[in-house]
Design a protein around this ligand. Structure first.
Ligand SMILES: [Ca+2]
Ligand SMILES: [Ca+2]
Length: 326
């Protein structure tokens, strides 16, 4: 299916790492997918993974009830239909509440209070510090994913820069809900054996090369790909692993409760804890993104998980919906 993509990113001349956030934008088109969700039968699977990242264990047999799930990440086209009907304004399009910073307002740089979002912006030198590649760009939002000066959001690429409330508003409008982590992981694994290596270039959109300074884009994409460019899994679901991270409804704790195995819904809000973001009840996000590379974030796997700040979107996080009935 990659071969069917009418993109130019396979050209050798285009293999250098883009220098700007907007340089990661793709103009590729891929075979269009149905928006019709698929039914996932109730089942039991080995949830979690061990000997990789501590937060993914322990592995335990886990049951999920029947549900339906989108075959692709929610796209800009779908989100635009919601906004057109409701005039909904996302968090990233509104001025920032100074109280969120927890310091006197005069200590907050003025640009941090402008509407905007966090955009991946490649550093010029090797780094292991995420603050070197995340930039708060005023004017960045779902319609302008690379900032005010960048290209418009492409219709069939996943919508990004949404906060939790934005995803919830879309889900309520669309008649769905965010999947639980267990549902998502069961659907992503689709009965396959767990793996640890980076997926092949035709299987998922991840990062080939030494993150964050070298990206050969062997899979055809430096950044986000349109949904449906990569092969589906055995359940017919595209881009579960890679492309953009997908937020689930569960609150985040590092590691799983080994006794919570029957249609688990994660810890309570009060019990939620994210060591990278203490003081905030993070949600679990799954599957890694186009920024996951072997030397950084080996999370291109169904069991991978990280906490997601509910109040802020970024350029590598999206979602898809689950449903309790057809
Ligand atoms: Ca890629
Ligand atoms: Ca994904």
């Amino acid at each position: 299916m990659l071969a069917a993509c009418s993109d130019t990113e396979h050209d050798a001349a285009d293999q250098a790492l883009p220098k700007t956030a907007a340089g990661f934008a793709s103009t590729a088109t891929c075979p269009s997918l149905s928006d019709e969700p698929v039914r996932i039968e109730a089942g039991t699977f080995a949830m979690g993974q061990e000997n990789i990242y501590a937060e993914e264990g322990p592995v335990r047999q886990t049951s999920v009830a029947e549900f339906w799930i989108d075959v692709h990440e929610v796209t800009n086209r779908q989100f635009a239909a919601f906004v057109a009907e409701t005039a909904y304004l996302t968090i990233a399009e509104k001025p920032v509440d100074p109280a969120l910073f927890g310091v006197p307002v005069e200590q907050i740089p003025a640009e941090f209070l402008l509407p905007g979002s966090a955009v991946f912006t490649p550093p010029t030198q090797p780094s292991t510090n995420f603050s070197d590649w995340w930039t708060y760009l005023p004017g960045a939002n779902w319609k302008k994913p690379y900032g005010a000066d960048g290209p418009d959001a492409a219709a069939d690429q996943p919508v990004v820069h949404l906060a939790w409330d934005d995803m919830l508003a879309y889900a309520n409008w669309a008649g769905g809900r965010l999947p639980t982590e267990a549902e998502w992981e069961y659907a992503a694994g689709a009965g396959a054996e767990p793996y640890t290596e980076q997926p092949a270039a035709d299987r998922a959109n991840s990062w080939q090369g030494a993150f964050p300074v070298q990206n050969s884009a062997d899979d055809g994409f430096h950044g986000i790909a349109p949904v449906g460019c990569f092969e589906p899994n055995a359940f017919g679901l595209h881009d579960m692993v890679g492309n953009v991270w997908e937020v689930t409804q569960d609150f985040y704790l590092p590691g799983h409760d080994p006794s919570d195995t029957d249609n688990p819904r994660g810890p309570s809000e009060n019990a939620a804890y994210d060591p990278y973001n203490p003081g905030i009840a993070s949600r679990v996000m799954k599957g890694g993104s186009y920024l996951c590379a072997p030397n950084y974030c080996q999370r291109y796997r169904p069991a991978s998980r990280q906490g997601r700040d509910p109040g802020l979107g970024t350029s590598n996080v999206g979602f898809r919906l689950a449903y309790d009935r057809p």
